[in-house]
Write a protein that binds this ligand. Structure first.
Ligand code: PMP
Length: 429
């Protein structure tokens, strides 16, 4: 495939935008080569500036669970735009989306909309601190909760892809209040709780991790975490930016059968427009301004275009909940295909899958936390990524990211993807 125009656009972008991109992972630094500039997309397909068609496994990093340019979302946004794009005043659509989200997700009474997953997690932690009157939080190595200072401590996703899980610019003062535990290791959390008795406001976790590839929580771990938080008066924050409205109508809380105290959302809830949200039971949300003392605000929060996109998306998912099952079946089919091909080729690998999230790590050992994810062979991953791209398959350009399947993917697309892997395998040994 030719990517001449993408490369020229990238060279131009680098003159005016740091690294040529507005979010680091897009730059392909972990895999080498120039990023692809997209022209437009429809359903499961991306069309780039050179006229190539690619089967998309990123779906804008999760939001587009029903495929690109999904008609009900496009129509809703177009109609809304004709009436004005922003008011900084209350609009009825905000309540409609809030009501719908609260009806779909268990265990939440009220929701506040923001503009990104980062804002949602940052605000959730402030709320947890305000509610508990405690300062410290526990996060897990390899989990990513956006780029707010408190989270850039052993962060996953782009931060670890670029070798800077602890970012310069985050003060020691901030870092000391973020304690680090290991995913799927309850003992590591218990130790921190013991050593910081009565000082921890919240434990924040990706209930199914997607920022060190896809990692599944062990049952005893996640159940134990819930019990420990309840016993110690610590709020359990589920970061459902990836899993919310993707694993099921009610997200990971429903799928895993665990209640969180605060839940954060992003991605799917905005239908492809910039939306994040955080939600909890009324008693906790009452601490938020203007009802309570914990300040949080946003000029464009609850933006009518974003709200109408989110409403069209959630409404579709709510009225066709069988989509979650059919997406999980497609993901299982892809998993089986990858197993067949990689096993036959004798390549050491792990495929982790949960619902419509899946990832491949090139290591012989099971991947269940950040340490095991980091053992993946990055040279093999690079060859895999570029080989698949050459075959017209667009995968996340880092082993520390999950793939997100979308409803527009057909079984023919999946077969094409598995056949592509078969062609790429000789490059991997
Ligand atoms: N939490 C999780 C689990 C995420 O995956 C992400 C982004 N990938 C974020 C928070 C941050 O969201 P945003 O990029 O919208 O700020």
């Amino acid at each position: 495939m030719q990517y001449k125009r993408s490369s020229a656009l990238f060279a131009e972008a680098k003159k005016y935008i740091p690294g040529g991109v507005n979010s680091p992972v897009r730059a392909f630094k972990a895999v080498g080569g120039d990023p692809i500039f997209v022209s437009h997309a429809k359903g499961a397909y991306l069309f780039d500036e050179d006229g190539n068609r690619l089967i998309d496994y990123i779906a804008s990093w999760g939001p587009l669970i029903l495929g690109h340019a999904y008609e009900p979302v496009i129509e809703a946004v177009t109609e809304k735009a004709k009436k004005g794009t922003s008011f900084g005043m209350p609009t009825a659509i905000e309540t409609e989306l809030a009501k719908l989200a609260v009806s779909m997700v268990p265990n939440i009474d009220k929701i506040r909309f923001v503009n990104s997953g980062t804002e949602a997690c940052m605000s959730a932690i402030r709320l947890a601190r305000g509610f508990t009157a405690k300062d410290k939080i526990i996060k897990f190595a390899g989990c990513y909760h956006g780029h707010a200072d408190a989270f850039l401590i052993q962060a996953g996703s782009g931060a670890v892809t670029f070798g800077s899980p602890n970012s310069p610019g985050v003060t020691q003062g901030t870092a000391k209040d973020t304690l680090l535990a290991d995913y799927n290791d309850l003992g590591s959390v218990e130790k921190l709780v013991e050593a910081n008795k009565g000082e921890i406001a919240a434990v924040i976790i990706e209930p199914v991790a997607g920022n060190m590839g896809c990692i599944i929580p062990e049952k005893e771990f996640i159940e134990g975490l819930r019990k420990l938080c309840t016993a110690e008066g610590i709020l359990l924050v589920f970061d459902e930016v990836m899993t919310g409205f993707r694993l099921s109508r009610g997200g990971a809380q429903e799928t895993l059968g665990i209640d969180a105290d605060i839940v954060t959302f992003g991605k799917v809830i905005g239908g492809g427009l910039p939306v994040g949200a955080f939600a909890a039971r009324s008693e906790i949300m009452a601490y938020l301004a203007p009802e309570g003392p914990v300040y949080q605000a946003g000029t464009l929060s609850g933006n009518p275009l974003a709200m109408s996109a989110g409403y069209a998306m959630l409404h579709s998912l709510n009225s066709k909940p069988e989509i979650f099952e059919s997406l999980a079946e497609k993901t299982h089919y892809l998993h089986q295909g990858f197993d067949r091909v990689l096993t036959a080729a004798g390549i050491p690998y792990q495929v982790n899958r949960f619902g419509s999230m899946i990832s491949v790590h090139f290591t012989a050992e099971p991947v269940k936390d950040f340490k095991s994810a980091a053992k993946g062979n990055n040279d093999t991953f690079k060859r895999y990524f570029h080989g698949m791209l050459e075959q017209g398959i667009y995968l996340p350009p880092s082993a520390f990211e999950s793939y997100f399947l979308n409803d527009a993917l057909s079984y023919q697309d999946l077969d094409e993807t598995i056949a592509a892997l078969e062609k790429v395998c000789p490059l991997l040994t």
